[in-house]
Design a protein around this ligand. Structure first.
Ligand SMILES: [Zn+2]
Ligand SMILES: [Zn+2]
Length: 288
């Protein structure tokens, strides 16, 4: 039903008609297509300042942590400690781009740096927007109500964001379980990745006929559970020294992305980057 409402003058989210101004850019076709009305668009919160080079954690008010952190034996001070932040270096709508020498870490990344493999092979992440209430609704609509067209809102941004990475040998997405895929009919991450030459590389382990009705697990437990594996074809490929980009919809604790990255690192990949549309803000609780 939603597909017929996707005319250029109807908001993809609220479906209200909105007027599009005709400019010279529209004539030459270079103007970015407007998909949301001004009201909905104003509810998006692009991430423009971050306090962590690594995970791209957005700054928030009353950010408060302390201590000096070290990565690979090098002592660095937490950006959160002194209220420092890294402003956007890209175009106005993009967060600070990927860093070739990430040095400012948040407390969360510091904690991850104590995990054996990821201490030397961290995952550098960036997201386009804060996972605020509006974004929650937008993504829920996109994810659960089959509104696949909404992916178009983000594909250009994701593509632009990854331009700063430079070399990328392989782009892939976080896979859904077979059960979820059957329920939804599509993998939202694959839709987000449509602007990239992405490949199906990962799959969920042991999903067939296996219900995991476990309680909440700590993220380190989830991480060690090895929830992903390579597909048969991917398993036969050489991953040594490869540069990988993983695309997903939301970053909450980063556990899922790190679990996926770990697979590549175990096979000798050089660097794993990740991007998501949205990023949760706030202190991560229950770290252990
Ligand atoms: Zn709207
Ligand atoms: Zn971080």
């Amino acid at each position: 039903m939603t597909a017929i409402l996707n005319g250029s003058d109807r908001c993809l989210y609220c479906h209200n008609v909105f007027s599009t101004e005709v400019s010279w850019q529209s004539f030459v076709g270079i103007e970015a297509k407007k998909l949301l009305c001004a009201d909905c668009d104003s509810k998006l919160e692009p991430i423009k300042m971050i306090c962590c080079d690594m995970c791209g954690r957005p700054i928030q008010r009353k950010e408060k942590t302390s201590g000096r952190f070290s990565l690979k034996g090098k002592h660095i001070s937490s950006n959160e400690q002194n209220g420092d932040f890294i402003p956007s270096t890209g175009t106005n709508s993009l967060p600070p781009l990927f860093s070739h020498n990430p040095s400012h870490l948040c407390s969360d990344c510091h904690w991850w740096s104590t995990t054996p493999l990821l201490s030397t092979h961290p995952v550098q992440h960036r997201a386009l927007y804060t996972y605020n209430v509006f974004m929650q609704e937008l993504i829920a609509k996109f994810k659960y109500r089959g509104d696949a067209k909404l992916a178009e809102l983000f594909t250009d941004g994701l593509k632009e964001l990854t331009k700063s990475i430079g070399r990328i040998d392989c782009v892939t997405v976080i896979p859904l379980t077979d059960e979820r895929l059957w329920e939804r009919g599509f993998n939202q991450s694959a839709l987000l990745a449509q602007a990239f030459p992405w490949q199906e590389i990962l799959q969920r382990r042991g999903t067939a006929g296996k219900q995991s009705k476990r309680g909440r697990k700590s993220r380190i437990a989830v991480f060690h559970e090895h929830i992903f594996e390579f597909t048969k074809e991917a398993n036969e490929r050489i991953w040594k020294d490869k540069y990988i980009l993983i695309i997903d919809d939301i970053y909450t604790t980063g556990t899922t992305l790190r679990a996926a990255a770990e697979l590549f690192y175990r096979r000798g990949a050089a660097i794993v980057y990740s991007v998501t549309v949205a990023r949760a803000v706030g202190q991560i609780k229950n770290k252990t």
